[in-house]
Design a protein around this ligand. Structure first.
Ligand code: FEH
Ligand code: ZN
Ligand code: ZN
Length: 352
């Protein structure tokens, strides 16, 4: 069931109109919510590297069907409710849980749409990922179960936390860390710097941050890393010496060199967590580059329950996203800066 688009109200939206084309800012009709749908007035929408992957995708590489509005990191307030929508009132300030699934399987039934059993059959991954997302004035959310109240939290924090916070939180939640654990964070960008704060907030691990950019290491330090290292020839040896072998490596890049580094510094029985979608390859073999007893995980986003926990951490002041804010009308500049690696933290678009 999709909302009925009214012919009267229009709103600017950043849309992928065809594979391989740059995103276009076009006026679209504001949909009216029906059934369980909720119309959200967007106040902030984060930009993710996955948005670049969508823009760069060859036709057929992703199951999505353009045209659709981009944006899967969304916060704003409830503008209107469908006749069967419940649990929220108009005006309530909300963050949007983005990985919308089928809505009927046992995973979706408990808010784990990120692991939807029918994902392979869907032509979308969520808001702004095959379905109309939040780089617009409004977004139509299929069900109120995807909306998390944010209370007085700033929307420019809540929006990026729906992915740049939720994804690392879910990745860390999957770890079993001893009190004296050492965790290496590779890549201190939009997700990595929040991961460091989450590790400080919910574990007692020593946090080692690695990046190729000095300003990223400065952000890592400000985010609470115990040690920061600029990637170089001797990085693995230094990390092995100072950690004694990492209990966990969180790779937010996911490229060949970072996967190799992660495998090199992991201790026996340690966990390599591949969060970044860099498409890097690592041989999983015995014997092979990974130590004995190692585990490898490829976490995807998180659950709506975990998003509530992330919002609670932010409201408690335990985590904060470094952001660079742009009006929606300057989206092209924001995307260019992200692509060139010049965004510190997370880029956030604000509807004009
Ligand atoms: C979204 C869609 C597909 C792959 C990865 C992602 C991430 O941005 C979600 O955290
Ligand atoms: Zn994302
Ligand atoms: Zn499902």
């Amino acid at each position: 069931m999709v909302g009925v688009v009214t012919a009267t109200r229009k709103t600017p939206a950043l849309r992928l109109v065809a594979w391989g084309s740059p995103p276009s800012l076009v006026d679209v009709g504001v949909p009216e919510p029906t059934g369980t749908e909720v119309l959200v007035r967007v106040e902030a929408a984060g930009i993710c590297h996955s948005d670049l992957h969508v823009l760069d995708a060859a036709p057929g590489a992703l199951p999505y069907r353009p045209p659709f509005t981009l944006g899967h990191e969304i916060a704003g307030h409830v503008a209107a409710l469908g006749g069967e929508a419940s649990g929220l009132a108009a005006g309530e300030r909300v963050a949007v849980y983005g990985p919308w699934g089928c809505g009927t399987c046992r995973r979706c039934a408990v808010g784990e749409d990120n692991h939807c059993d029918l994902r392979a059959e869907l032509s979308w991954s969520g808001a702004g990922l095959g379905r109309d997302g939040g780089m617009a004035g409004y977004v139509l959310v299929p069900h109120s179960r995807h909306l998390v109240p944010i209370g007085d939290l700033d929307v420019t924090q809540a929006a990026p936390l729906t992915d740049a916070g939720l994804t690392p939180y879910h990745a860390v939640a999957g770890l079993k860390l001893a009190e004296d654990a050492s965790v290496v964070v590779i890549g201190v960008g939009g997700l990595g710097h929040v991961a460091i704060q989450i590790l400080r907030a919910v574990t007692r691990a020593r946090v080692f941050a690695v990046d190729v950019r000095e300003d990223a290491l400065d952000l890592a330090h400000r985010s609470g890393a115990d040690r920061t290292l600029c990637t170089g020839a001797g990085t693995a040896a230094v990390l092995r010496r100072e950690t004694g072998g990492a209990d966990a490596v969180l790779d937010f890049v996911g490229g060949d060199p970072t996967l190799a580094l992660g495998a090199e510094v992991l201790r026996p029985g340690g966990t390599l967590v591949i969060v970044g979608s860099g498409g890097g390859k690592l041989t999983i073999a015995k014997p092979g580059p990974l130590p004995q007893g190692a585990s490898v995980s490829l976490p995807f986003w998180g659950s709506s329950r975990e998003l509530r926990e992330v919002i609670a951490l932010a409201r408690a002041g335990s985590i904060r996203v470094e952001t660079e804010q742009f009006p929606l009308s300057a989206a092209e500049e924001a995307f260019t800066r992200l692509r060139d690696g010049h965004i510190r933290g997370r880029a956030v678009l604000l509807p004009d």
